[in-house]
Ligand binder design. Structure first.
Ligand SMILES: [Mn+2]
Length: 577
Protein backbone atom coordinates (compact mmCIF):
# COMPACT_ATOMS: atom_id res chain seq x y z
CA UNK A 1 0.00 0.00 0.00
CA UNK A 2 2.91 2.21 -0.72
CA UNK A 3 3.55 3.34 -4.26
CA UNK A 4 3.45 0.01 -6.13
CA UNK A 5 6.37 1.10 -8.33
CA UNK A 6 8.66 1.30 -5.30
CA UNK A 7 11.09 -1.60 -5.13
CA UNK A 8 11.83 -2.95 -1.67
CA UNK A 9 15.56 -3.71 -1.68
CA UNK A 10 16.18 -6.06 1.20
CA UNK A 11 19.84 -6.58 2.10
CA UNK A 12 20.96 -10.10 3.02
CA UNK A 13 23.64 -11.16 5.46
CA UNK A 14 25.27 -14.54 5.97
CA UNK A 15 23.94 -15.84 9.26
CA UNK A 16 27.40 -17.16 10.19
CA UNK A 17 28.85 -13.68 9.66
CA UNK A 18 26.07 -12.08 11.75
CA UNK A 19 26.66 -14.56 14.59
CA UNK A 20 30.43 -14.03 14.58
CA UNK A 21 30.30 -10.22 14.58
CA UNK A 22 27.51 -10.15 17.17
CA UNK A 23 29.46 -12.35 19.56
CA UNK A 24 32.76 -10.52 18.97
CA UNK A 25 31.09 -7.17 19.78
CA UNK A 26 28.75 -8.69 22.42
CA UNK A 27 25.83 -7.07 20.68
CA UNK A 28 22.44 -8.27 19.45
CA UNK A 29 22.41 -9.85 15.97
CA UNK A 30 20.02 -7.10 14.83
CA UNK A 31 22.85 -4.56 15.29
CA UNK A 32 25.43 -6.82 13.64
CA UNK A 33 23.23 -7.11 10.54
CA UNK A 34 23.10 -3.33 10.14
CA UNK A 35 26.87 -3.00 10.70
CA UNK A 36 27.58 -5.64 8.05
CA UNK A 37 25.31 -3.80 5.61
CA UNK A 38 27.37 -0.68 6.14
CA UNK A 39 30.54 -2.50 5.20
CA UNK A 40 31.74 -2.86 8.83
CA UNK A 41 32.44 -6.56 8.70
CA UNK A 42 35.29 -6.94 11.15
CA UNK A 43 35.55 -6.17 14.82
CA UNK A 44 38.12 -3.37 14.40
CA UNK A 45 36.21 -1.38 11.79
CA UNK A 46 32.90 -1.89 13.62
CA UNK A 47 34.53 -0.81 16.91
CA UNK A 48 35.85 2.43 15.37
CA UNK A 49 32.40 3.08 13.93
CA UNK A 50 30.63 2.44 17.23
CA UNK A 51 33.11 4.50 19.25
CA UNK A 52 34.54 7.20 16.97
CA UNK A 53 37.35 9.20 18.60
CA UNK A 54 39.06 12.46 17.59
CA UNK A 55 42.25 10.38 17.49
CA UNK A 56 40.83 8.67 14.38
CA UNK A 57 41.17 11.92 12.42
CA UNK A 58 44.02 12.09 9.93
CA UNK A 59 46.68 14.75 10.59
CA UNK A 60 45.76 18.15 9.14
CA UNK A 61 49.20 18.18 7.51
CA UNK A 62 48.01 15.45 5.14
CA UNK A 63 46.74 18.38 3.03
CA UNK A 64 49.52 19.20 0.57
CA UNK A 65 49.40 22.93 1.28
CA UNK A 66 48.58 22.87 5.01
CA UNK A 67 52.12 23.73 5.93
CA UNK A 68 52.07 26.72 3.60
CA UNK A 69 48.71 27.90 4.99
CA UNK A 70 49.69 27.45 8.66
CA UNK A 71 53.01 29.26 8.25
CA UNK A 72 51.35 32.18 6.44
CA UNK A 73 48.74 32.50 9.21
CA UNK A 74 51.30 32.26 12.04
CA UNK A 75 53.26 35.00 10.24
CA UNK A 76 50.12 37.14 10.08
CA UNK A 77 49.56 36.62 13.82
CA UNK A 78 53.15 37.63 14.58
CA UNK A 79 52.93 40.78 12.45
CA UNK A 80 49.41 41.50 13.75
CA UNK A 81 48.06 41.70 10.19
CA UNK A 82 44.37 42.27 9.54
CA UNK A 83 42.64 39.03 8.56
CA UNK A 84 39.30 38.72 6.78
CA UNK A 85 37.37 35.44 6.96
CA UNK A 86 34.93 35.06 4.08
CA UNK A 87 32.09 32.66 4.87
CA UNK A 88 28.62 32.04 3.52
CA UNK A 89 25.07 32.36 4.87
CA UNK A 90 24.14 28.69 5.09
CA UNK A 91 24.95 26.54 8.14
CA UNK A 92 28.23 25.23 6.73
CA UNK A 93 29.41 28.64 5.52
CA UNK A 94 28.46 30.29 8.83
CA UNK A 95 29.79 27.52 11.08
CA UNK A 96 33.15 27.39 9.30
CA UNK A 97 33.53 31.19 9.43
CA UNK A 98 32.52 31.17 13.12
CA UNK A 99 35.06 28.42 13.80
CA UNK A 100 37.94 30.50 12.39
CA UNK A 101 36.74 33.78 13.93
CA UNK A 102 36.52 32.09 17.35
CA UNK A 103 40.02 30.68 16.84
CA UNK A 104 41.52 34.04 15.92
CA UNK A 105 39.72 35.72 18.81
CA UNK A 106 41.25 33.17 21.20
CA UNK A 107 44.68 33.81 19.66
CA UNK A 108 44.24 37.57 20.01
CA UNK A 109 44.37 38.30 16.27
CA UNK A 110 42.67 41.12 14.37
CA UNK A 111 40.09 39.13 12.42
CA UNK A 112 36.69 39.95 11.00
CA UNK A 113 34.22 37.87 9.06
CA UNK A 114 32.26 38.71 5.95
CA UNK A 115 29.10 36.99 4.76
CA UNK A 116 27.66 37.81 1.33
CA UNK A 117 24.44 39.81 1.12
CA UNK A 118 22.30 37.37 -0.78
CA UNK A 119 20.27 39.76 -2.95
CA UNK A 120 23.36 41.82 -3.93
CA UNK A 121 26.30 39.43 -3.95
CA UNK A 122 24.87 35.97 -4.62
CA UNK A 123 27.06 33.45 -2.85
CA UNK A 124 30.75 33.14 -2.13
CA UNK A 125 33.50 35.69 -2.56
CA UNK A 126 32.89 38.83 -4.61
CA UNK A 127 34.74 41.85 -5.93
CA UNK A 128 33.05 44.35 -3.58
CA UNK A 129 34.32 42.50 -0.50
CA UNK A 130 37.85 42.23 -1.89
CA UNK A 131 38.04 45.97 -2.68
CA UNK A 132 36.65 46.98 0.71
CA UNK A 133 39.08 44.65 2.46
CA UNK A 134 42.02 46.19 0.61
CA UNK A 135 40.87 49.66 1.66
CA UNK A 136 40.70 48.56 5.29
CA UNK A 137 44.26 47.26 5.08
CA UNK A 138 43.48 43.54 5.16
CA UNK A 139 46.56 41.50 4.22
CA UNK A 140 45.19 37.98 4.51
CA UNK A 141 41.89 36.65 3.23
CA UNK A 142 40.70 33.19 4.29
CA UNK A 143 37.65 31.77 2.56
CA UNK A 144 35.61 28.97 4.03
CA UNK A 145 33.06 26.77 2.34
CA UNK A 146 33.72 28.81 -0.82
CA UNK A 147 36.54 30.20 -2.96
CA UNK A 148 37.54 27.26 -5.15
CA UNK A 149 35.90 28.82 -8.22
CA UNK A 150 36.72 32.46 -7.37
CA UNK A 151 39.47 32.90 -9.98
CA UNK A 152 38.65 36.55 -10.72
CA UNK A 153 38.20 37.64 -7.11
CA UNK A 154 41.36 35.91 -5.85
CA UNK A 155 43.35 37.43 -8.73
CA UNK A 156 42.01 40.85 -7.77
CA UNK A 157 42.95 40.29 -4.12
CA UNK A 158 46.45 39.42 -5.22
CA UNK A 159 46.74 42.58 -7.34
CA UNK A 160 45.61 44.58 -4.29
CA UNK A 161 48.28 43.01 -2.07
CA UNK A 162 46.12 40.47 -0.24
CA UNK A 163 47.12 36.79 0.07
CA UNK A 164 44.22 34.34 -0.06
CA UNK A 165 43.99 30.99 1.69
CA UNK A 166 41.06 28.95 0.44
CA UNK A 167 39.36 26.34 2.64
CA UNK A 168 36.54 24.72 0.71
CA UNK A 169 34.98 21.42 -0.31
CA UNK A 170 33.18 22.37 -3.52
CA UNK A 171 33.91 20.66 -6.80
CA UNK A 172 37.22 21.76 -8.30
CA UNK A 173 37.05 23.40 -11.78
CA UNK A 174 39.87 23.03 -14.34
CA UNK A 175 41.19 26.56 -13.69
CA UNK A 176 42.27 27.12 -10.09
CA UNK A 177 42.38 30.56 -8.48
CA UNK A 178 45.87 32.01 -7.80
CA UNK A 179 45.59 31.44 -4.04
CA UNK A 180 48.49 31.45 -1.57
CA UNK A 181 47.24 28.04 -0.43
CA UNK A 182 44.26 25.96 -1.48
CA UNK A 183 42.82 23.45 1.00
CA UNK A 184 40.12 21.46 -0.75
CA UNK A 185 39.97 17.66 -0.38
CA UNK A 186 38.75 17.36 -3.98
CA UNK A 187 41.90 18.85 -5.53
CA UNK A 188 43.12 16.03 -7.79
CA UNK A 189 46.62 15.82 -6.25
CA UNK A 190 45.38 15.43 -2.67
CA UNK A 191 45.84 11.95 -1.23
CA UNK A 192 43.70 12.31 1.89
CA UNK A 193 42.33 9.23 3.57
CA UNK A 194 38.89 10.86 3.67
CA UNK A 195 37.67 13.40 1.10
CA UNK A 196 34.01 13.98 1.91
CA UNK A 197 34.56 16.71 4.52
CA UNK A 198 32.16 19.65 4.68
CA UNK A 199 33.49 23.23 4.59
CA UNK A 200 33.63 23.40 8.39
CA UNK A 201 35.55 20.09 8.43
CA UNK A 202 38.25 21.67 6.26
CA UNK A 203 38.27 24.82 8.44
CA UNK A 204 38.63 22.55 11.50
CA UNK A 205 41.68 20.89 9.96
CA UNK A 206 43.24 24.31 9.38
CA UNK A 207 42.49 25.35 12.99
CA UNK A 208 43.96 22.11 14.32
CA UNK A 209 47.05 22.59 12.14
CA UNK A 210 47.54 26.12 13.51
CA UNK A 211 47.09 25.02 17.14
CA UNK A 212 49.39 22.00 16.76
CA UNK A 213 52.12 24.12 15.17
CA UNK A 214 51.68 27.08 17.54
CA UNK A 215 51.85 24.81 20.59
CA UNK A 216 54.80 22.84 19.28
CA UNK A 217 52.65 19.71 19.12
CA UNK A 218 51.01 20.26 22.53
CA UNK A 219 47.38 21.26 22.86
CA UNK A 220 46.76 23.32 26.04
CA UNK A 221 43.49 23.50 27.99
CA UNK A 222 42.16 26.59 26.19
CA UNK A 223 42.94 25.05 22.81
CA UNK A 224 41.23 21.82 23.83
CA UNK A 225 38.08 23.67 24.86
CA UNK A 226 38.14 25.54 21.56
CA UNK A 227 38.50 22.27 19.62
CA UNK A 228 35.56 20.75 21.48
CA UNK A 229 33.28 23.65 20.54
CA UNK A 230 34.68 23.58 17.03
CA UNK A 231 33.75 19.90 16.65
CA UNK A 232 30.17 20.75 17.54
CA UNK A 233 30.21 23.40 14.81
CA UNK A 234 31.49 20.82 12.31
CA UNK A 235 28.81 18.35 13.44
CA UNK A 236 26.06 20.89 12.74
CA UNK A 237 27.60 21.81 9.39
CA UNK A 238 28.16 18.22 8.25
CA UNK A 239 24.56 17.22 8.91
CA UNK A 240 23.10 20.44 7.47
CA UNK A 241 25.32 20.21 4.38
CA UNK A 242 24.26 16.58 3.85
CA UNK A 243 27.78 15.17 3.50
CA UNK A 244 27.98 11.40 4.14
CA UNK A 245 28.17 10.76 7.90
CA UNK A 246 30.93 8.18 7.57
CA UNK A 247 34.66 8.19 8.25
CA UNK A 248 35.90 11.51 9.63
CA UNK A 249 32.43 13.05 9.32
CA UNK A 250 31.12 10.40 11.68
CA UNK A 251 33.89 11.31 14.16
CA UNK A 252 32.87 14.98 13.99
CA UNK A 253 29.13 14.30 14.06
CA UNK A 254 29.16 11.75 16.87
CA UNK A 255 31.70 13.53 19.03
CA UNK A 256 30.52 17.05 18.22
CA UNK A 257 26.84 16.34 18.95
CA UNK A 258 27.82 14.53 22.14
CA UNK A 259 29.51 17.70 23.42
CA UNK A 260 26.62 20.03 22.61
CA UNK A 261 24.59 19.86 25.84
CA UNK A 262 27.62 21.20 27.77
CA UNK A 263 29.09 23.30 24.98
CA UNK A 264 31.38 26.17 25.88
CA UNK A 265 29.91 28.01 22.87
CA UNK A 266 27.05 30.23 24.14
CA UNK A 267 25.36 30.23 20.73
CA UNK A 268 25.12 26.45 20.67
CA UNK A 269 23.66 26.37 24.20
CA UNK A 270 21.08 29.05 23.31
CA UNK A 271 20.07 27.18 20.15
CA UNK A 272 19.59 23.97 22.14
CA UNK A 273 17.52 25.83 24.71
CA UNK A 274 15.18 27.44 22.16
CA UNK A 275 14.78 24.09 20.36
CA UNK A 276 13.92 22.48 23.76
CA UNK A 277 16.79 19.99 23.48
CA UNK A 278 18.22 18.90 26.81
CA UNK A 279 19.96 15.68 25.69
CA UNK A 280 22.47 14.88 22.95
CA UNK A 281 20.80 15.86 19.64
CA UNK A 282 20.18 13.19 17.02
CA UNK A 283 20.76 13.69 13.29
CA UNK A 284 17.03 14.33 12.96
CA UNK A 285 17.16 17.01 15.67
CA UNK A 286 19.85 18.85 13.73
CA UNK A 287 18.00 18.47 10.42
CA UNK A 288 14.61 19.58 11.72
CA UNK A 289 15.25 21.77 14.76
CA UNK A 290 18.72 23.31 14.70
CA UNK A 291 19.74 23.72 11.04
CA UNK A 292 16.45 25.37 9.92
CA UNK A 293 16.85 27.99 12.65
CA UNK A 294 20.45 28.70 11.67
CA UNK A 295 19.44 28.90 8.00
CA UNK A 296 16.51 31.24 8.57
CA UNK A 297 18.64 34.43 8.63
CA UNK A 298 20.23 33.70 5.25
CA UNK A 299 16.82 33.08 3.75
CA UNK A 300 15.15 36.16 5.20
CA UNK A 301 17.67 38.94 4.52
CA UNK A 302 19.68 38.60 7.79
CA UNK A 303 22.62 36.77 6.28
CA UNK A 304 25.03 37.34 9.19
CA UNK A 305 22.64 36.06 11.88
CA UNK A 306 23.95 32.46 12.05
CA UNK A 307 27.55 33.74 12.25
CA UNK A 308 26.55 36.19 15.01
CA UNK A 309 24.92 33.38 17.00
CA UNK A 310 27.87 31.03 16.69
CA UNK A 311 30.40 33.74 17.64
CA UNK A 312 28.28 35.39 20.38
CA UNK A 313 30.46 36.30 23.37
CA UNK A 314 27.79 35.64 26.02
CA UNK A 315 24.75 33.47 26.60
CA UNK A 316 22.49 36.53 27.00
CA UNK A 317 23.56 37.94 23.65
CA UNK A 318 23.27 34.55 21.96
CA UNK A 319 19.76 34.10 23.34
CA UNK A 320 18.58 37.42 21.88
CA UNK A 321 19.95 36.42 18.46
CA UNK A 322 18.48 32.92 18.58
CA UNK A 323 15.07 34.37 19.43
CA UNK A 324 15.39 36.66 16.43
CA UNK A 325 16.13 33.69 14.20
CA UNK A 326 13.20 31.77 15.68
CA UNK A 327 10.85 34.56 14.57
CA UNK A 328 12.42 34.59 11.08
CA UNK A 329 12.14 30.81 10.90
CA UNK A 330 8.41 30.94 11.55
CA UNK A 331 7.99 33.68 8.92
CA UNK A 332 10.00 31.65 6.43
CA UNK A 333 7.76 28.61 6.66
CA UNK A 334 4.88 30.46 4.99
CA UNK A 335 6.56 31.33 1.61
CA UNK A 336 8.18 27.92 1.77
CA UNK A 337 4.88 26.12 1.64
CA UNK A 338 3.34 28.50 -0.91
CA UNK A 339 6.28 28.26 -3.28
CA UNK A 340 6.45 24.48 -2.99
CA UNK A 341 2.81 24.39 -4.06
CA UNK A 342 3.43 26.85 -6.91
CA UNK A 343 6.40 24.83 -8.19
CA UNK A 344 4.55 21.49 -7.98
CA UNK A 345 1.53 23.02 -9.75
CA UNK A 346 3.76 24.25 -12.59
CA UNK A 347 5.27 20.78 -13.03
CA UNK A 348 1.92 18.97 -12.82
CA UNK A 349 0.07 21.31 -15.20
CA UNK A 350 2.73 21.34 -17.91
CA UNK A 351 2.86 17.92 -19.57
CA UNK A 352 6.24 18.67 -21.18
CA UNK A 353 7.81 18.05 -17.75
CA UNK A 354 6.59 14.43 -17.74
CA UNK A 355 9.17 13.24 -20.25
CA UNK A 356 12.05 15.17 -18.71
CA UNK A 357 14.56 13.57 -16.40
CA UNK A 358 15.54 16.84 -14.74
CA UNK A 359 12.91 19.37 -13.65
CA UNK A 360 14.11 22.89 -14.52
CA UNK A 361 11.50 25.36 -13.31
CA UNK A 362 11.67 29.15 -13.31
CA UNK A 363 9.27 31.80 -12.00
CA UNK A 364 9.14 35.48 -11.05
CA UNK A 365 7.53 34.66 -7.70
CA UNK A 366 10.19 32.22 -6.54
CA UNK A 367 12.47 33.77 -3.91
CA UNK A 368 16.23 33.29 -4.10
CA UNK A 369 16.21 32.53 -0.36
CA UNK A 370 14.05 29.44 -0.56
CA UNK A 371 14.70 27.95 -4.01
CA UNK A 372 17.03 25.37 -2.44
CA UNK A 373 14.43 24.09 0.01
CA UNK A 374 11.72 24.08 -2.63
CA UNK A 375 14.00 22.24 -5.09
CA UNK A 376 14.58 19.62 -2.37
CA UNK A 377 10.82 19.20 -1.92
CA UNK A 378 10.28 18.86 -5.69
CA UNK A 379 13.03 16.24 -5.85
CA UNK A 380 11.29 14.28 -3.09
CA UNK A 381 7.85 14.59 -4.65
CA UNK A 382 8.79 13.73 -8.24
CA UNK A 383 11.91 11.65 -7.56
CA UNK A 384 13.83 13.60 -10.20
CA UNK A 385 16.64 16.12 -9.87
CA UNK A 386 15.15 19.63 -9.72
CA UNK A 387 16.62 23.05 -10.51
CA UNK A 388 14.58 26.07 -9.46
CA UNK A 389 15.32 29.55 -10.75
CA UNK A 390 13.96 32.74 -9.20
CA UNK A 391 13.75 35.50 -11.79
CA UNK A 392 14.23 39.14 -11.01
CA UNK A 393 13.96 41.07 -14.29
CA UNK A 394 16.35 39.51 -16.78
CA UNK A 395 18.39 37.84 -14.10
CA UNK A 396 17.80 34.46 -12.49
CA UNK A 397 19.27 32.88 -9.36
CA UNK A 398 18.75 29.19 -8.98
CA UNK A 399 19.40 26.22 -6.80
CA UNK A 400 19.25 22.53 -7.62
CA UNK A 401 18.98 19.26 -5.73
CA UNK A 402 19.68 15.86 -7.19
CA UNK A 403 18.80 12.22 -6.62
CA UNK A 404 21.34 9.46 -5.85
CA UNK A 405 23.22 8.43 -8.98
CA UNK A 406 22.98 11.75 -10.85
CA UNK A 407 25.94 14.13 -10.50
CA UNK A 408 24.25 17.52 -10.71
CA UNK A 409 27.42 19.61 -10.71
CA UNK A 410 28.93 17.58 -13.56
CA UNK A 411 25.70 17.87 -15.53
CA UNK A 412 25.68 21.66 -15.10
CA UNK A 413 29.36 21.77 -15.94
CA UNK A 414 28.55 20.39 -19.38
CA UNK A 415 26.27 23.42 -19.86
CA UNK A 416 28.70 25.88 -18.22
CA UNK A 417 28.60 28.31 -21.15
CA UNK A 418 24.88 28.97 -20.56
CA UNK A 419 25.30 30.29 -17.02
CA UNK A 420 26.90 33.39 -15.55
CA UNK A 421 28.21 31.33 -12.65
CA UNK A 422 27.53 28.07 -10.91
CA UNK A 423 29.00 25.84 -8.26
CA UNK A 424 28.17 22.89 -6.12
CA UNK A 425 28.48 19.17 -5.62
CA UNK A 426 27.05 15.88 -6.73
CA UNK A 427 23.76 16.39 -4.87
CA UNK A 428 23.31 20.18 -4.75
CA UNK A 429 24.25 23.20 -6.84
CA UNK A 430 23.65 26.93 -7.16
CA UNK A 431 23.65 29.02 -10.32
CA UNK A 432 23.04 32.39 -11.94
CA UNK A 433 21.56 32.66 -15.42
CA UNK A 434 19.91 35.20 -17.73
CA UNK A 435 16.23 34.77 -18.55
CA UNK A 436 17.22 34.43 -22.20
CA UNK A 437 19.29 31.29 -21.54
CA UNK A 438 16.85 29.59 -19.18
CA UNK A 439 14.95 27.56 -21.80
CA UNK A 440 18.22 26.53 -23.44
CA UNK A 441 19.59 25.35 -20.09
CA UNK A 442 16.45 23.30 -19.44
CA UNK A 443 16.94 21.49 -22.76
CA UNK A 444 20.70 21.15 -22.37
CA UNK A 445 20.60 19.69 -18.84
CA UNK A 446 18.01 17.18 -19.96
CA UNK A 447 20.13 16.19 -22.94
CA UNK A 448 23.02 15.56 -20.56
CA UNK A 449 20.76 13.50 -18.29
CA UNK A 450 19.40 11.46 -21.21
CA UNK A 451 22.91 10.76 -22.44
CA UNK A 452 24.33 9.76 -19.05
CA UNK A 453 21.52 7.85 -17.46
CA UNK A 454 19.95 6.15 -20.44
CA UNK A 455 20.48 2.84 -18.74
CA UNK A 456 20.30 3.90 -15.13
CA UNK A 457 17.04 3.42 -13.28
CA UNK A 458 17.53 6.36 -10.95
CA UNK A 459 13.96 7.50 -11.61
CA UNK A 460 12.36 4.40 -10.09
CA UNK A 461 12.15 4.76 -6.33
CA UNK A 462 13.58 2.17 -3.98
CA UNK A 463 13.12 1.51 -0.30
CA UNK A 464 16.40 0.23 1.14
CA UNK A 465 15.91 -2.20 4.00
CA UNK A 466 18.71 -3.52 6.21
CA UNK A 467 17.23 -6.98 6.67
CA UNK A 468 14.12 -9.06 6.90
CA UNK A 469 13.66 -9.81 10.59
CA UNK A 470 11.31 -11.62 12.85
CA UNK A 471 9.51 -9.24 15.22
CA UNK A 472 10.82 -11.30 18.14
CA UNK A 473 14.29 -9.87 17.40
CA UNK A 474 13.07 -6.40 18.39
CA UNK A 475 13.96 -6.64 22.04
CA UNK A 476 14.35 -3.47 24.10
CA UNK A 477 18.07 -4.19 24.43
CA UNK A 478 18.52 -4.63 20.66
CA UNK A 479 16.61 -1.46 19.80
CA UNK A 480 18.45 0.56 22.47
CA UNK A 481 21.76 -0.68 21.06
CA UNK A 482 20.82 0.55 17.56
CA UNK A 483 21.07 4.09 18.99
CA UNK A 484 24.86 3.61 19.06
CA UNK A 485 24.74 3.96 15.27
CA UNK A 486 23.45 7.57 15.57
CA UNK A 487 23.68 10.19 14.20
CA UNK A 488 21.65 9.07 11.22
CA UNK A 489 21.57 11.03 7.99
CA UNK A 490 23.21 11.02 4.59
CA UNK A 491 25.46 7.96 4.14
CA UNK A 492 24.32 6.50 7.45
CA UNK A 493 20.56 6.07 7.22
CA UNK A 494 18.31 5.16 10.10
CA UNK A 495 18.11 1.33 10.19
CA UNK A 496 15.00 0.06 8.42
CA UNK A 497 13.76 -3.52 8.36
CA UNK A 498 10.90 -5.53 6.98
CA UNK A 499 8.80 -8.35 8.38
CA UNK A 500 6.39 -10.75 6.67
CA UNK A 501 3.17 -12.43 7.72
CA UNK A 502 2.26 -9.76 10.21
CA UNK A 503 -1.35 -9.91 11.34
CA UNK A 504 -3.49 -6.88 12.15
CA UNK A 505 -5.03 -7.78 15.51
CA UNK A 506 -7.32 -4.76 16.11
CA UNK A 507 -9.21 -2.28 13.96
CA UNK A 508 -6.82 0.44 12.66
CA UNK A 509 -7.00 3.84 14.30
CA UNK A 510 -6.15 7.32 13.11
CA UNK A 511 -4.40 9.50 15.68
CA UNK A 512 -2.73 12.91 15.84
CA UNK A 513 -3.32 16.27 14.21
CA UNK A 514 -2.79 17.47 10.64
CA UNK A 515 -2.77 14.71 8.05
CA UNK A 516 -2.94 12.19 10.90
CA UNK A 517 -1.05 9.04 11.75
CA UNK A 518 -2.03 5.42 11.29
CA UNK A 519 -1.98 3.36 14.48
CA UNK A 520 -2.01 -0.44 14.26
CA UNK A 521 -1.70 -3.34 16.63
CA UNK A 522 0.30 -6.13 15.00
CA UNK A 523 1.38 -9.67 15.78
CA UNK A 524 3.63 -12.17 14.06
CA UNK A 525 2.91 -15.85 14.70
CA UNK A 526 2.11 -16.36 18.37
CA UNK A 527 4.38 -13.52 19.50
CA UNK A 528 3.16 -10.60 21.64
CA UNK A 529 1.16 -7.74 20.10
CA UNK A 530 3.27 -4.80 18.95
CA UNK A 531 2.12 -1.23 18.45
CA UNK A 532 2.92 0.33 15.05
CA UNK A 533 2.60 3.97 14.10
CA UNK A 534 2.68 5.25 10.52
CA UNK A 535 3.47 8.97 10.69
CA UNK A 536 1.40 10.83 8.09
CA UNK A 537 -0.03 7.52 6.82
CA UNK A 538 -3.62 8.01 8.07
CA UNK A 539 -4.91 7.68 4.48
CA UNK A 540 -4.01 3.98 4.55
CA UNK A 541 -6.44 3.27 7.41
CA UNK A 542 -9.34 2.55 5.08
CA UNK A 543 -7.37 -0.13 3.23
CA UNK A 544 -6.52 -2.09 6.36
CA UNK A 545 -8.82 -4.31 8.38
CA UNK A 546 -8.54 -6.45 11.45
CA UNK A 547 -7.35 -9.91 10.41
CA UNK A 548 -5.36 -8.68 7.36
CA UNK A 549 -1.91 -10.10 6.78
CA UNK A 550 0.74 -7.56 5.85
CA UNK A 551 4.33 -7.17 4.88
CA UNK A 552 5.68 -4.12 6.72
CA UNK A 553 8.73 -1.88 6.29
CA UNK A 554 9.65 -0.07 9.48
CA UNK A 555 12.18 1.44 11.87
CA UNK A 556 12.02 0.21 15.45
CA UNK A 557 11.58 2.92 18.09
CA UNK A 558 11.46 3.00 21.87
CA UNK A 559 8.33 4.54 23.33
CA UNK A 560 8.93 6.07 26.73
CA UNK A 561 5.57 6.59 28.38
CA UNK A 562 6.06 7.93 31.91
CA UNK A 563 9.19 5.89 32.32
CA UNK A 564 7.64 2.65 31.00
CA UNK A 565 9.82 1.89 28.00
CA UNK A 566 8.60 -0.41 25.25
CA UNK A 567 9.47 -1.21 21.64
CA UNK A 568 7.20 0.02 18.87
CA UNK A 569 7.70 0.29 15.13
CA UNK A 570 7.52 3.37 12.94
CA UNK A 571 5.95 2.18 9.66
CA UNK A 572 7.54 3.31 6.40
CA UNK A 573 5.29 1.29 4.09
CA UNK A 574 2.87 -1.62 4.22
CA UNK A 575 1.79 -4.12 1.59
CA UNK A 576 -0.87 -6.81 1.62
CA UNK A 577 0.50 -10.35 1.52
MN1 LIG B 1 29.36 23.46 2.29
Amino acid sequence: MDDATTTWCIAQQLSSEVRELASALRMPPLVARVLINRGLRDEGAAGRYLRPMPGHLESPFAFRQMNLAVNRILGALQRNEKILVQGDYDVDGSASAALLVNLFRMLGAQAEASIPVRAVDGYGLNERVVREAAQKGVKLLITCDNGTTAVREVSLARELGIDTIITDHHTVPPELPPAYALLNPHVAEETLAFRDLCGAGVAFKLALGILERAGGGRIDAAAREFLHSAQSLVALAAIADVVPLRGENRVFARFGLGLMPDSANPGIRALMEVASLTRVPTGTDVGFKLAPRLNAGGRMGRETLALEILTAPSYGEAMKLVQECDVLNRKRQQPDRELTKLASDIVRSDSSYEGERVLVVGHEDFQPGVVGIVAARLTETFNKPAVLVAFNGDNGRGSGRSVPGFHLYNALNECAHLMKRFGGHEQAAGLEITRENFGVLRRAVNEVADKHVLNANYASPTLDLDAEVSLSELTLEAVDTLALLEPFGEGNPEPQFCARSVEVVAAPKVVGRGTGHLSLLLRQGDGPALRAIGFGLAALAENVQRGDRLRIAFSPIVNDFRGARSVEVSLKAIRPE
